[in-house]
Design a protein around this ligand. Structure first.
Ligand SMILES: *Cc1c(COP(=O)(O)O)cnc(C)c1O
Length: 356
């Protein structure tokens, strides 16, 4: 039995999907399950989210893994594909493709297979990462319309750069640019990621594309998923593997970062940066041991952390939670100087994924 486990609550997953549907009642939901479903396990997550209208992944292999597991819903490849081999694979599995680059356009034009793709043309409305600029969009759209292997349908999407910032004017500008570019075409559109769904009603168009919120986590700073009506899905759990006395004046761990200012007790837990716990996690970060909370003592090692349990009971074998419903991953991320997305995606192969 592995000591460290990421326990995934499928009831919470489904509840979050239902909550997001309520927020965008006129939209269909493309559940974003890229990056191993943000660390929650690609296939079990997709199976739990069987009510989703479609799934979105970043890479071809992720889509193939979903099909191999028997997932029948439409699958959107958010970065599209490059090259004829990948196009053939995508056609074989019936994937929908994002088209964001002239190279992809040219390859689609050359593609002669009988398959008729559903294509999502990406408009770059300000992110300057992927997509055609609004002034390039009409020409790209026309090329898709006239290619040899006639698309089954052409749709349009864009991605928001600052939807998590309620005081930024950029989101409204991006939405306006997108609407202007797609007006009069009468095609299906998609704008909203999680923050878009939760904070920007105008972004809730034909399709929404939530990722993080499905996992019960807030995309906004200093807010938790629970405060947004979502239920945390993952608990990262481990156990105490040692409890030791540390006399006043002695230190713990690499670099002696933590020093005992009194005669102390320290619990050693089986969780380290090889499990995905960032080394940047600062001392004092709360850790749950049984039903008590105690502060992280010193540096995260590869396989272990130390927790100051001078003031709380702790024994070898005790169950510990590094994040979960009672210890929001948003707050842990803040103590590591990062965002919850990164913590969830970083949960490593060594952690047993347990779907409940
Ligand atoms: C990852 C991704 C999403 C989901 O973003 P969240 O912030 O997790 O909701 C939506 N759209 C695209 C294009 C993405 O790459």
């Amino acid at each position: 039995m592995r000591l460290i486990r990421a326990v995934v609550d499928t009831r919470a997953l489904r509840a979050n999907l239902a909550t997001l549907r309520q927020r965008a009642p006129g939209s269909r939901v493309m559940a974003v399950v890229k990056a191993n479903a943000y660390g929650h396990g690609l296939v079990p997550t997709a199976v739990a989210l069987s009510d989703a209208d479609a799934f979105a992944v970043a890479r071809l292999e992720e889509g193939i893994a979903l099909r191999a597991a028997g997932i029948r819903q439409p699958i959107v490849l958010l970065e599209g594909v490059f090259g004829y081999d990948q196009l053939r694979e995508a056609a074989h599995h019936g994937f929908q493709l994002v088209v964001h680059d002239p190279v992809q356009l040219a390859q689609l034009e050359e593609f002669a297979g009988p398959h008729r793709f559903v294509l999502w043309l990406k408009i770059d409305t300000g992110m300057n990462r992927l997509g055609f600029r609004p002034d390039e969009f009409p020409a790209a759209y026309a090329r898709l319309q006239h290619m040899r292997a006639t698309p089954l349908e052409i749709r349009a999407l864009t991605h928001l750069a600052r939807a998590d910032e309620s005081d930024s004017t950029m989101t409204a500008e991006q939405i306006a640019r997108f609407r202007q570019a797609t007006a009069r075409l009468g095609i299906a559109t998609s704008i909203a990621n999680s923050a878009g769904v939760l904070a920007w009603p105008d972004a809730r168009t034909d399709w929404i594309r939530p990722g993080l919120a499905l996992y019960g986590v807030s995309p906004f700073e200093r807010r938790t998923g629970e405060e947004l009506g979502l239920q945390p899905v993952m608990s990262l759990e481990t156990r105490v593997i040692a409890v030791r006395r540390v006399p006043r004046g002695e230190s713990v761990g690499y670099g002696s970062l933590w020093k005992a200012e009194r005669d102390s007790r320290v619990a050693i837990l089986a969780a380290g940066y090889a499990d995905g716990l960032p080394r940047s996690l600062e001392g004092g970060t709360p850790v749950r041991i049984g039903s008590h909370v105690a502060p992280l003592a010193g540096r995260v090692s590869m396989d272990m952390i130390a927790v100051d349990v001078t003031d709380v009971p702790a024994a070898v074998g005790d169950a510990c939670t590094l994040w979960g419903p009672e210890l929001p991953v948003e707050q842990v991320a803040e103590r590591a100087g990062t965002i919850p997305y990164e913590l969830l995606c970083a949960v490593s192969q060594r952690v047993l994924l347990e779907t409940r």
